[in-house]
Design a protein around this ligand. Structure first.
Ligand code: ZN
Length: 512
């Protein structure tokens, strides 16, 4: 969809600046392709050289983005009143400045070391996780957090913030840990009693449909069917398989995503696919071809990205109307084992709330306790208030306190997430921020689009996608996440819409 307010203003310097960004964006998309391959199809013996490839690409991209020429062109554009009078160009320049100032604070050798460490640490993490061997991963975790701390020191804490905020800002620009606390605090207070009530509820939905074994090839087709129905363009994207589902916007016209399959638990694969489809719809809706390598062609933040995935996974994919549409399709495509189930069985199955060790398997309510503990743990490690060696003990005590579970091994404890091996420290909070934003925009969407939810029962998803494209996707990084939230929903981010959504769905299901 074209941007309706495409920039009209230009100049020779602006054209040169855009050409430089296009080149840096191209290097970045090659690096993303290498990472995609590493995660999906790379043979294990290629890992060492892949780390070198990624380090080189990361260095080349960093050199472009920090070049004095880019700085000169940017300054020239910022001084050009013709350019800055154009709101779209002004937003682009604001974001280019932000990126440039951050990138120039990081030494090239640190950037390359982070990229190479991430690539190597990920291979060790895979081994450590499958053997549940924390000692194997520990030196790499120490290295990852050490590099993150150096990076944070180079970037500098924002005014009034702590060192950790420099890392958070990489994923959620302009948001500090104090901002996160302001919504996480009341969310935790509201969630904890609801989870406790559910634990002793008089009735509970059953997982029976997920106990039926179903053919994998049929599941693959079902997942593709669902992604296409939501609006995923398979001529500009792929759906592959990986242990941890993810999606990656590689380039204009190239958005890749993965899901995973089990012999049973077909709803797990479907939920993962709907989630990644949400991310991918955002990527496919960004005006990347129009603004290659420029902020106006990119997503706002990981929180906003996650709002798109959560919206399609939860508000859409765990709604009753969605299952009115999906139940007959599932029964038709996945075989006779599921024939005895009705809409309410499937709807109940995807809305079971039960504490689990694994974050990515957690339900919509307990999920946020997993996120909050990682947010707290990262801040302790970056502040130097906890040693890496003490992570398993801290982790297990917190899971016991929050969820009442005894962690049996580190694979199901502190080794479960890929993030720290990738050097993605400061990332986790965005998962819950995204869920909060999804719930808040869903309330707005329901008011703005008559019959939007009822339409899901007839497989009508386009009105919601069109609305997201119009209000979010086509703008790229024109607005910050706080601006977008206010503009779209008329209020700052709050825990209340998510709680209203959870209460109104879960209370009837659990007879509360
Ligand atoms: Zn996601």
């Amino acid at each position: 969809m074209p941007t309706t307010e495409a920039p009209a203003a230009t100049s020779a310097a602006y054209a040169d600046l855009c050409a430089l960004l296009r080149e840096a964006g191209t290097i970045d998309s090659i690096a993303r392709l290498c990472s995609w391959d590493q995660e999906t199809d790379m043979p294990p013996k290629a890992a060492a050289f892949r780390a070198e490839e990624l380090a080189l690409l990361s260095r080349l991209g960093h050199e472009r983005l920090t070049s004095p020429r880019l700085g000169d062109l940017l300054a020239e554009c910022e001084a050009d009143a013709n350019l800055t009078a154009d709101a779209a160009v002004a937003a682009n320049l604001r974001e280019i400045r932000r990126d440039y100032d951050k990138a120039t604070r990081l030494p090239a050798d640190l950037v390359a070391e982070i990229a190479e460490t991430a690539s190597r640490a990920m291979e060790v993490w895979k081994e450590a996780r499958s053997a549940s061997d924390f000692a194997l991963f520990r030196p790499w975790l120490e290295k990852s957090f050490g590099l993150a701390r150096r990076k944070a020191e180079c970037l500098g804490a924002p005014a009034g913030g702590v060192l950790y905020d420099a890392l958070l800002d990489e994923y959620e620009p302009g948001v500090t840990s104090a901002d996160v606390e302001r919504v996480f605090g009341p969310l935790r207070e509201a969630l904890t009693p609801l989870i406790a009530e559910i634990a002793s509820a008089p009735t509970r939905p059953s997982r029976a449909p997920d106990e039926v074994k179903v053919d994998r090839a049929a599941q693959v087709e079902l997942n593709k069917h669902a992604a296409a129905a939501l609006g995923f363009d398979f001529s500009a994207g792929r759906l592959a398989v990986s242990t941890h589902p993810f999606s990656e916007g590689l380039a204009p016209g190239d958005t890749r995503m993965t899901t995973r399959y089990f012999d049973d638990r077909f709803t797990d694969s479907l939920a993962a696919t709907l989630h990644e489809t949400g991310h991918s719809l955002y990527e496919q809706g960004l005006p990347k071809a129009e603004f290659p390598g420029q902020p106006l062609g990119r997503y706002i933040s990981l929180g906003v990205h996650e709002s798109q995935s959560r919206l399609w996974e939860n508000q859409v994919g765990r709604s009753r109307p969605f299952w009115e549409w999906m139940a007959p399709i599932v029964k038709d495509r996945l075989g006779p084992g599921l024939a005895r189930f009705g809409v309410d069985d499937f709807y109940g199955c995807v809305n079971v709330v039960e504490p689990t060790f694994i974050r990515v398997e957690a339900d919509e309510a307990t999920y946020h306790l997993h996120v909050m503990m990682r947010f707290d743990l990262e801040r302790l490690l970056i502040a130097g208030d906890l040693a890496v060696a003490d992570v398993p003990g801290w982790w297990n005590a917190r899971i016991k306190a929050d969820l009442g579970l005894s962690v049996p091994d580190d694979a199901r404890g502190c080794l479960q997430d890929i993030h720290w091996s990738m050097g993605a420290i400061g990332y986790f909070a965005t998962y819950s921020l995204g869920s909060l934003l999804a719930a808040q925009m869903w309330e707005t969407a329901q008011r703005a689009i008559p019959g939007v939810e009822a339409g899901f029962a007839r497989g009508r998803f386009a009105p919601l996608l069109d609305w997201l494209r119009e209000h979010i996707h086509r703008h790229g990084r024109r607005f910050t996440s706080a601006q977008l939230t206010e503009r779209l929903t008329g209020a700052p981010l709050s825990h209340e819409p998510l709680m209203r959504y959870l209460e109104s769905k879960l209370r009837p299901l659990y007879g509360l």
